[in-house]
Every structure is written in C-alpha cells, then in structure tokens.
Design a protein around this ligand. Sequence first.
Ligand SMILES: *Cc1c(COP(=O)(O)O)cnc(C)c1O
Length: 343
Amino acid sequence: MSKLTPETIDWSNLGFSYIDTGARFRAKFTNGAWQEGEIVSDNTVTMSEGSPVLHYGQACFEGLKAYRTKDGEIQLFRPDQNAKRLVKSAEQLLMEPYPEDKFVEAVKQVVQANEDWVPPYGTGATLYIRPFLYGEGDIVGVQPATNYTFAIFVTPVGPYFKGGLAPQDFLVTDYDRAAPQGTGAAKVGGNYAASYLAGKEAKDAGYADAIYLDPATHTKIEEIGSSNFFGITKENQFITPKSPSILPSITKYSLMHLAETRLGMETIEGDVYLNEIDQFVEAGAMGTAAAITPIASITYHGEKHVFYSETEAGPITQKLYDELIGIQFGDVEAPEGWIQTVK
Ligand SMILES: *Cc1c(COP(=O)(O)O)cnc(C)c1O
C-alpha cells in the first residue's frame, strides 16, 4: 500500500482511523526523572515483557484536537485541561505524572512537526492528538512501574457528522464500565477494555453506542461509551449527571460555561434518573470526538424513549454545537484562556 501524504490525502473523506504521519513525541521517565522528550519517526514501541502496562493495565491517555482556522493558523482547545486530567489519571494508578507545562509544550511540538497534516479550514476535519502514558520495566509482581513512557501521536480525522448534526440511537446497557468507587473518573485503558463488550452488543444491535447506568443502583444515567450525557428541560436548564465514576469531560464543562454565559441557561450537575427522562425536550452526548452528538432515542430493556426528534437536532443542541465548534475553529470569540495557537 502506498503511504498517504498530506499532498495525496482526500481531506473530505477522512474517517476516524490511524494514519502514520511520520512524526511523534516520546519522553522517558528513568532513574527517577523525566528525560528530555523528542520527536521520532518510528511508530513502534518496545518494552520489557514484564511491563505493568501489559499485565496490570497501568496506562492512561488523553484525546484532543488541533484545528485549522480561516487564516490558516493552527489552534488547540484547552490543552491545559488535558494536561491536568492526565496528571489525575496517572496519580490514581500510582504512575509518574508528566508535568503539565511540559505536556502542553510537547503537544505544540508534535503538532508543529506534523503541521502539514492539520486539515484545511472548511473541511470540518481536524488533527486528532493522542497523548498516552504507560508503566514499563522488568517486573512481575503486582506493583507500579519505576519506568514510564509518555508519548503523543497524531492522526487526521474527519468531521464526526458530514452535513449537519445527525441524531443517533443509544442502548442502555446492564454492564458497568467502572465500579462506584473505582477508576471511572480516570481516563485509563482498563475502563475501555471493560467497555468493549457492552459497546459491541449495542453496535451489533444497530445502536451508536451503549449508555451506562450508575454502577451502584442502576437507576440513573451515568455516561456514554466515550462521552458525557446532557439533557435540556422545558425550563431552559442544562442538566448533566454527577457521579464519582463518570469521566469528567472537558467538552462538558466547556458547554456548561457556554450555556450559562452565552445562552443564559441554568446548568445543573446532579442525578439523572432513568424514570425521569421525559423531563428532557432535547438530549445529547458530548466529548472531543464529535463535540455534540444529538441523542435521538435511548432504549432500555426493550422500551424506546425518543427525545426531540429521530432525524433533527433540537434548537438548543444546535446552538450549543455552533458556539463550541465556532470557538474551536476560530470563528467565534473564545472565553479567556481557552485557545492556544501553535503557529
Ligand atoms: C474522554 C472521555 C470523555 C470525553 O471527554 P472530553 O474531554 O470531552 O473529550 C467522556 N467519557 C469518557 C469515558 C472518556 O474517556
């Protein structure tokens, strides 16, 4: 297969798949300190067979995007928040955190090294950035690693929705992705391994993804495979679940801020009981990948509940989406500190 290049790639036909862009960032923690990171070309990693990441899942990651503006600049959306969250995830797994300021620097460095891979403005496509951290070394017992690798690769990805926001159907699963006082709030690989089966069953049955209930009582909506849930009430409230086992989405906190300051809405983080979802006139999923996915319906034990419409996004959902996407691509003024430019 001939290798894709920024010159030969069809920007308007990108999905969400891995493309080797030729440049990635690597830094190692050895002898008790982070060594200077560098850009390397080889996309493979080697490590000891005893590495805790391979046996005990000592790994965490982040996901963010670089956006090309109308002026041809490249900008990042709140990368400092990803830096903070990676530190929290690392701490929960007793890993050596990568310093926050160095994280943002490394993200800029790897984007710069791949600047031709940042898709043109107007295609809706972006450069997806995947930082990750894992524990390695000659270890066999259940204990944290002493050596770590922090790495970042990038890959151009298409817009989640081509031609407007398309509502999706979701299936409420009986599986849990995380335990009540477990690792749900940390962005760790193990949570995703635990979600494969629920996700596959939902997709095989024709749904976009699984929705998880709170693991303690299975009565409240918790979150979706890789995005958080929101509902909009008739009273113009933006309501999103609060739980120690939900992954704190940066997109969610950004949308809450925009809902309050730009749409004049009341925002609430609280319990979202499954048997009270008819209070919502609109609902959606939020995360970096799609920004917002309008939720057409959710099905629980064979019963389907439709929110706003099965074919169209609701007006509030659309406004929130336009505001967020506008900020990310530089068409709408961002709140102070949300945007960092790369070039
Ligand atoms: C990453 C992630 C999200 C979305 O977080 P963003 O910061 O908005 O991208 C939501 N849920 C889970 C489980 C995640 O891993």
